[in-house]
Design a protein. Sequence first.
Length: 303
Amino acid sequence: MTGNNYTPKVGFIGLGDIGAPMAMRLHETGHEVAVWNRTTARTHPFAAQGFPVPHSVSELATMCDIVCLCLSSAEAVADVVFGPDGIASASAAPRIIVDHSTISPKDTQALAHRLYTQTGTTWLDAPVSGGPPGARAGTLAIMVGGRREDFETAEPILASLAKRLTHVGDLGMGQLAKASNQIIGFITTAAIAEAFAFAEAAGLSAKTLSEALTGGFADSTVLGEYRRASAAEEMGGLKGLIEAYMDLSRGYIRPDYVGKIDILHKDIGIAGAIAQANGTPIPLLHQVETLGRLLHYQRGAKA
């Protein structure tokens, strides 16, 4: 199934806030896509548009040359790949797994080695950055680890999703790049919130400040997303997290964030484990982790 006319059939597993628009984007850019999700209701909009929706993961894997995953944790990835009726049990194994989930490099390498040993299927770790807006627009940054030949095979698919697509090295290096991305993103988010709270306490609104910083050294993609979401009067997402941090600095814990930022803690945990293994200090990220724990676990109106 190679050559100039090779058009791989794509399976997409994991139709969450980022996975669903990614799968839809692949369809809109001309790829043949089958979908599956652990919560069946999330497949209904896709079925209504004519997407194949197999009854099981193994059925999807048998149908497809490349299977993309976008799942919440290493445990979820392991379950989809090696659980009952999972990818590893398919009667015909897919050629490549492309894992867009954010998990640790060590877990990636262990899962990939196990699958290759059992089935001969190779693995690319290809975590993404850019959130739901980037997934919908096809402007994600995708950091890919794995064999160069597998990257080149999957490149036309990944290019449909990305503004920046980079093969960063061997298996696991995509996850290392994503952990680095998260360090920058989380710290930047907290820094913006601190600056906004500082300005508002002295009489300058966050909205005015965010507009004044446009194009300067303090500007960033994170700040740009805050401006976009503010103009659209959106309540949650990155804008909501910045505002929750601002409230926290004033001594108020937003009840809508209690128990709802598991992803922040998961990703900080991944970065922390890598840092500990390599003896690398990450003091700023630990400060952000402290803020996140206050939002996530505390109850009541005051910090």
